[in-house]
Design a protein around this ligand. Sequence first.
Ligand code: SF4
Length: 122
Amino acid sequence: MPFVITDPCIGTKDAACVDVCPVDCIHPRKDEPEFATATILYIHPEECIDCGACVPACPVAAIYDSAESTPASQKALVEANAVYRAGEPDAVARAEAIVKSHIETHPDLIAVPPAERAAAHA
Ligand code: SF4
């Protein structure tokens, strides 16, 4: 089961996870055109090898080790990670639409600073 990036990444996009991922499955990278406009980073579910290296690298605890362990308030973002594909405009748009819907439906959570947002997940 692949790892999942959740909403503390919104407003963060630190990309330390990208630097430590051994299979380059976290996108967009800073050198990809989508990086500037992407709301969060995404883990490709079929390329992730479940090594766990990204979890301690993330400064805002945004990464969970499976869809099952992802908090209830973040479940929609499992699908966002699943559909994002770097360089594919339709897939990028679908993933971003899911994230933007999540933002609109969780204003209380998004109002919490990213570094504290993981603790606020329920
Ligand atoms: Fe990359 Fe490993 Fe994190 Fe999967 S668990 S996204 S392979 S660093």
